[in-house]
Design a protein. Structure first.
Length: 451
């Protein structure tokens, strides 16, 4: 069993477990399409800080237009992703009166030189557009995108929606209830963005993944936690909170079997953005052909047999590099469980909000696979003494173990290990490297074999 998650250090992609293999062929990597919301509501302001530490200390807060923050995100993501093996595209999502198309191609899905893409975004991605009658139509955008483009590729694509989640045309509560039913007919009228994401997943299955990034200020009183989003769909528990803005995007990512992130968390923490980018693009390595001795031809008539998929992850066995993937795990195009590590602030062991969702997914997979155990390995950077860091790394590992136990995973299925400063992932001579070293790695183990 393999795990994969990637990070970037000082503009270069580091491979935690070969998320971007060297020499990968772009033709074998799933294309990536970024959907950038440039509606009127994105002209409003949001709060940003220079770093996550500044936000924690409420130091040097600044207000920027959400679309300005979006352009900054595109520049950062574009430089990282254009260096990977995926074809990358950027579409502008908007409603303009008199124009029936709800999106416009800004950069076609293709290979791009990082410097050329940077120049194109800087020069041509307009953010000073007029506000008047510039509404948000996410639902019809998804429907049109499917009709015009996705159907031609069998939906084999990763979508990343950058938005404030302010759908203008459909009732959010009606959309939420219909998406909760778990099924939508091909001929059913559009009800909203949630039902459209559900429709796409029904049509394309594991071929298509939808990630979302929220631009705006979080309201902790109305924001749904990852547990509340899961309960809304899986347990039909209550009516949930208002299904708009941040909550809408969180639910869309849940239905799309993707990840949900807040733009502020990514823009204020380069390591968090790098880790997120590492999830978005992976290459499927084609198995080398097996040489066999030539044999005399024999005429045999057989019935067609569907390609085998022993572990049921949607990747046929002859292309599956991880043939024992746990049931229900979100996998790469190579069939490997995407298992994200956890990063920590200096000398801290509390789990940051951006890792709640990924850990919730880990707990769900663990609950669905009772024979699976997890090795939780804590690490630190090189500052402070070896003895101090040994204790700190254990506290980090135990914090993750306690989180998973609180989500219903039996303690005897989790083992916490402390490595202190002895196994750095990156250099300790830069802030970015130290950020990556303050981590917990999650290693799945089959109980029956110990592997």
């Amino acid at each position: 069993m393999k795990i994969r998650f990637g990070c970037v250090l000082a503009g270069m992609l580091l491979l935690l477990c070969a998320a971007f293999p060297a020499g990968a062929d772009a033709d074998t990597a799933k294309p990536l399409l970024i959907l950038a919301d440039v509606s009127g509501s994105m002209l409003r302001d949001m709060k940003l800080y220079e770093t996550a530490a500044d936000r924690k200390n409420d130091k040097d807060e600044k207000s920027v237009q959400k679309v300005e923050a979006l352009k900054a995100m595109l520049l950062k993501m574009g430089q990282t992703l254009a260096s990977g093996p995926c074809d990358l595209g950027i579409y502008r999502v908007r409603y303009i009166a008199g124009n029936e198309t709800r999106y416009a191609r800004f950069v076609a899905v293709d290979r791009h030189e990082p410097s050329d893409l940077k120049e194109r975004i800087e020069d041509d991605f307009v953010i000073d557009y007029p506000l008047y009658n510039r509404r948000t139509d996410l639902a019809d955008m998804f429907r049109q995108l499917d009709e015009n483009e996705l159907a031609d590729t069998d939906g084999n694509i990763t979508l990343v929606l950058l938005s404030d989640g302010r759908e203008s045309f459909y009732d959010p509560e009606d959309d939420a209830e219909k998406s909760r039913d778990g099924e939508v007919g091909d001929d059913d009228p559009t009800a909203g963005p949630l039902t459209e994401v559900l429709r796409l997943k029904q049509k394309y299955g594991r071929n298509l993944v939808v990630h979302t990034v929220f631009f705006g200020d979080t309201d902790e009183e109305t924001r749904e936690s990852a547990d509340e989003v899961r309960a809304f769909f899986e347990d039909a528990a209550g009516d949930g909170k208002k299904a708009e803005g941040e909550n809408l995007l969180h639910r869309m990512a849940w239905l799309g079997q993707g990840q949900y992130r807040r733009a502020a968390d990514l823009l204020e923490d380069p390591a968090a953005l790098a880790a997120f980018c590492g999830l978005l693009c992976d290459a499927e390595e084609t198995p080398a052909p097996v040489k066999t001795e030539a044999a005399a031809p024999v005429a045999v008539t057989t019935a067609a047999v569907a390609p085998a998929d022993r572990d049921g992850d949607g990747i046929r066995d002859d292309a599956d590099q991880c043939p024992d993937t746990p049931n229900g795990a979100h996998v790469t195009s190579a069939g490997c469980w995407i298992l994200i590590g956890v990063l920590f602030d200096t000398d801290k062991w509390d789990i940051r909000p951006e890792f709640h969702g990924p850990l919730d997914e880990v707990s769900r997979v663990m609950r669905d696979n009772p024979d699976l155990k997890l090795s939780i390995q804590g690490h630190t950077d090189s500052r402070a003494s070896a003895a101090h860091n040994q204790v700190l790394s254990r506290k980090r590992a135990e914090a993750v173990a306690n989180w998973l136990t609180g989500k219903g995973v039996a303690p005897d299925r989790l083992s916490a290990e402390a490595h202190g400063l002895t196994q750095p992932l990156a250099t300790n001579s830069t802030p970015e490297g130290r950020t990556l070293n303050r981590r917990v790695e999650l290693i799945p183990v089959l109980a029956e074999t110990g592997e």
